[in-house]
Design a binder for this molecule. Structure first.
Ligand code: ATP
Length: 905
């Protein structure tokens, strides 16, 4: 196929036929071949909308100075300059700039983390290339590509439909109309408005039902959505309710402190008759000391670190508040297939009217032995197997490929397993699909639990093939295929009993049926099927549990988290898998029909006792979430289909499957699992608990530090004493060292026993009585430490500058020891593990220690900060004070923990 320049300006695709569109695009129903696709990629570029323009780097940097405290500091710099205190001016300006740079770097890191996450959510598209069904990155789509669409897909480019079966699309994003529009393939009037172009699908819209395929007519900014707006991506700010609350708290605190500072200045100058310059510097010192200006930035970094840690564990956070919610999850409602099980299916049993065969093999490879009563037999001996295999091939949307010698399924793994089964029955699936062209289809839907196709051959024969859940299929059949190939009356009891036996082994059972129709019949309706099909047989598919899911369920139980399986599968299959997975109450199963028979009150009563819900549909999931929430539980719910969206939205933490999930489910969810694995949910919960703990640690470390420093200055001002630490020194400690040390807590690893604790209550206040007590207690200790060493120095006859240097270093030493204490808020800090710390902790401690040595011993900095070299023994004393602080708060914590344990015990 030669590359031709396609007229990108052409916009009348809706008024020409599908065939003409294919021709104009120089494509065909078997799609582009790979060399043509590569050539077009070079010609048209990636199918990507221009990204929302980022703010200019300079503006982003300058914005870090848009902060009340910085304005106060800049004002102070001006005033100190006017007063001729050049050193103070220099220090203030240097600190302001350094603080801006640190904030800018931190923000850059956080944004990078979020960008990487967004990349991981890039959608994929199912296309036909060179006659083969493959899945590619949505960005690789080219005009002329043939795209397959099904319910739940987000349309990846503008398409002219070639086929459409029961297809409806939600186009609100383009037309504002929230009612889905039905799609078909015939051309419409050239002047039809966008909403009436029913033979087109537009990029960014959502397929709500049905199936279809279309040829790409426009990509990237040439699509309708691309024309309307180039700012499609809303850039989410890195925040959660808690961090926002703390931001607001910090802002009000700032205003309050500035007010107090202004009052003090006025009082000291006019009433106390103090020197204005001294008084001014003192209140600036007080403001800097008391305001937790670094806190919001450190909290943001903590979130970014958490988001990255979750992504490493295959859990991609779509909405940031979910990080907090995940930490408090008390029940996980999980799908079975693919989440608790591997979703690598293989047909292991084949049931016909007279026989139950077993089938061997490995993976999706289409070869394996057919066994009957322990003996290997050729499939050709049983004609019904051939018919069963044909139904399995034609009523099927998957494809099998061999990649590096390994057979892989493209599409639904269950359908891949059916193609492998057909191969084992010696049916050539490619030839079958060419011979029996599909004319129409009723796609699978979790609500009706079957799929049907209408197929015609070239010799004027037409058949409907149907596959689905056994009980649903038995309801649609009126006879069964007999041994002689003729239909005979249906023996429902036989099939039901056999299906139960297969299901009790944990196998997923699927039934197949057929119906001959007149060749003129080209449109398939559900009414064509009811009560008129001939049952061919059933297959049982093995889908073993994931070993890591079994371990994760145990971990959940230790962590006080209930696990419930909510599946569309058969009750027996679900119960068998539930037992293997280790669900607590795997003896009791409620089915969708049972749930339908209960009102909300009854369901609320029963929901806690039952851990397995089978044959449920998406509406049941919604009711179950509500019933669990009525018990005040925090519910995490998984989902993959388009109809799961309401339940995902309703759940406290909606979790969509990244591999088998639809775009609709992903958009409704807070979290997307890159590997669909249950163990990743549990890893995300562990990370969620860790992030919450770390946010708490950052706050518990920062607030007492600020309060302690502020009290030091306040006490001096109130009692008219000399300041034990100068305002410039406070500026140094607070804006440089404190932010550096605090950052270490953002990187804290999960504490031991984190998953042995019960879940946190969702409404647990962060500023709890315990935290307020900690702030008061530690601030008082800081105060005693600083004044203690200052008075000791003065009594020994040291100069005021040396006494201040001692006080300053004591303050920093206490901050460092406090940091080591805060790292373990639930256990003891006196383990080797706790002392050994992490690389991040020791790096920041090293940086701060070097910085302290520099301002204490380097003559140039001594001149700036009015410091003096500290004698060795006094250095030891400083360390001893830090250690004493540690010992006191650790003892207090142990008493508190013992008291709490005693109360519980
Ligand atoms: P889970 O909800 O745990 O992922 P599930 O995949 O079994 O479980 P559904 O996808 O709702 O749930 O399937 C429900 C039932 O519908 C299956 O047990 C099977 O009998 C039938 N079924 C599933 N997929 C198809 C399909 N593609 N064609 C026909 N029938 C299907």
């Amino acid at each position: 196929m030669p590359t031709t320049k396609i007229n990108e300006a052409q916009t009348n695709w809706h008024s020409i036929s599908a065939e003409s569109s294919l021709e104009a695009l120089n494509s065909s129903t078997s799609g582009l071949d790979s060399s043509e696709a590569a050539a077009r990629l070079a010609q048209y570029g990636a199918n990507r909308l221009p990204e929302a323009a980022r703010r200019n780097v300079l503006i982003r940097f300058v914005l870090h100075f848009h902060n009340i405290l910085i304005y106060v500091l800049l004002g102070s710099a001006l005033i100190t300059a006017a007063l001729g205190h050049w050193i103070d001016t220099g220090v203030i300006l240097a600190v302001v700039v350094a603080n801006g740079i640190i904030g800018f770097i931190q923000e850059g890191k956080a944004e990078k983390a979020m960008d990487a996450i967004r990349q991981m959510l890039a959608p994929r598209a199912h296309v036909i290339r060179g006659g083969e069904r493959i899945s590619i990155d949505g960005e690789q789509l080219m005009p002329g590509d043939i795209v397959l669409l099904e319910a739940g897909d987000k349309v990846p480019a503008d398409l002219r439909l070639i086929t459409a079966h029961g297809m409806s699309v939600q186009e609100a994003i383009l037309t504002g109309e929230s009612v889905p529009v039905e799609k078909q393939t015939k051309p419409v009037a050239a002047n039809a408005p966008l909403g009436d172009r029913s033979c087109m699908c537009f990029s960014g819209t959502l397929v709500v039902s049905g199936q279809g395929r279309g040829v790409v007519v426009a990509t990237g900014s040439h699509t309708e959505i691309g024309r309307i707006s180039s700012l499609l991506f809303e850039v989410e700010t890195l925040t959660t309710p808690l961090v926002r609350q703390m931001g607001i708290f910090a802002r009000w605190l700032t205003v309050l402190i500035l007010l107090i500072a202004a009052l003090l200045l006025t009082y000291g100058y006019f009433v106390g008759q103090h020197d204005f310059a001294d008084m001014f510097m003192s209140v600036v010192g007080l403001s800097v000391a008391a305001i937790p200006e670094g806190l919001p930035a450190v909290l943001t970094i903590t979130l970014a670190v958490g988001v990255q840690a979750m992504a490493r564990r295959h859990a991609i956070v779509r909405r940031l508040p979910a990080i907090e919610t995940l930490g408090s999850v008390s029940v996980i409602c999980s799908d079975k297939t693919g989440t608790l099980t591997r979703n690598e299916m293989m047909v292991a049993s084949v049931l016909t009217r007279h026989h139950l065969f077993t089938l061997g093999g490995e993976g999706y490879a289409p070869n394996g032995d057919l066994m009957l009563d322990g003996a290997k037999i050729p499939p050709s001996e049983y004609a019904v197997l051939d018919e069963l295999a044909r139904a399995a091939t034609l009523c099927n949307d998957a494809a099998l490929h061999q990649k590096n010698g390994v057979w892989q399924a493209e599409g639904d793994p269950m359908e891949g397993a059916l193609l492998s089964f057909a191969g084992k029955m010696d049916v050539d699936t490619r030839t079958e699909r060419v011979t029996w062209a599909r004319t129409d289809a009723i796609p699978f839907d979790a609500c009706h639990r079957f799929m049907a196709t209408l197929n015609h051959d070239h010799a004027n024969h037409a058949f409907v093939f149907v596959k689905g859940a056994p009980e649903r299929m038995l309801g649609m059949c009126h006879n069964q295929r007999g041994a002689d190939g003729k239909p005979e009356p249906l023996n429902s009891r036989y099939w039901e009993q056999q299906a139960e036996t297969i299901a009790a082994q944990g196998q997923r059972v699927l039934a197949f049926a057929v119906k001959a129709v007149p060749p003129a019949h080209t449109v398939l309706e559900t009414t064509d099927l009811e009560g008129s099909l001939t049952l061919l047989g059933m297959v049982g598919m093995m889908d073993p549990p994931r070993p890591e899911a079994i371990a994760a369920v145990v971990e959940c139980h230790h962590a006080g988290i209930r696990v419930k399986m909510i599946t569309g599968d058969h009750a027996q299959t679900a119960a068998a898998i539930g037992r293997e997975i280790g669900l607590q109450n795997s003896g009791k199963v409620l089915t969708g029909a049972d749930l339908d028979g209960m009102d909300d009150r009854e369901l609320k009563e029963q929901v806690l006792d039952c851990d397995i819900f089978a044959r449920t549909s998406p509406e049941h999931k919604l009711r179950l979430v509500s019933a669990l929430q009525a018990h005040n539980m925090t519910v995490a719910m998984t989902g993959d289909g388009v109809n799961d969206a309401p339940a995902l939205k309703r759940a406290d933490a909606g979790i969509a499957m990244g591999l088998k999930g639809s775009e609709a489910a992903k958009e409704a969810a807070e979290l997307v699992l890159a590997d669909d694995n249950f163990a990743s949910i549990v890893a995300a919960i562990r990370e969620g608990r860790t992030v919450y703990d770390n946010l708490k640690k950052v706050i518990s470390w920062t607030l007492p530090t600020n309060a302690g420093e502020a009290m030091t200055i306040m006490v001096a001002l109130f009692f008219g004493m000399t300041l034990p630490v100068t305002p410039v020194q406070i500026l140094w400690v607070n804006l440089i060292t404190a932010v550096t040390l605090g950052i270490a807590l953002a990187f804290e690893p999960t504490e031991a026993h984190t998953m042995r604790r019960p879940p946190r209550q969702r409404d647990e206040p962060l500023l709890s009585g315990e935290l307020i007590w900690h702030i008061v207690f530690v601030s008082l200790l800081f105060l005693s430490g600083v004044y203690g060493i200052y008075n000791y120095a003065i009594e020994r006859g040291y100069s005021v500058d040396l006494a201040r240097t001692l006080a300053l270093n004591t303050l920093v030493a206490m901050e460092i020891f406090h940091l080591f204490f805060i790292r373990n808020i639930y256990g003891t800090s006196l383990t080797w593990q706790a002392v050994r710390g992490t690389t991040v902790v020791w790096t920041v401690v090293l940086v701060v220690v070097v910085a302290q040595f520099a301002i204490t011993y380097l003559p140039l900095l001594q001149a700036v900060f009015a410091t003096e070299a500290i004698p060795f023994l006094d250095g030891v004393l400083i360390l001893a004070i830090g250690a004493a602080l540690f010992a006191i708060i650790e003892t207090e914590k142990q008493i508190r923990l013992a008291f709490r344990r005693g109360r519980k015990g």
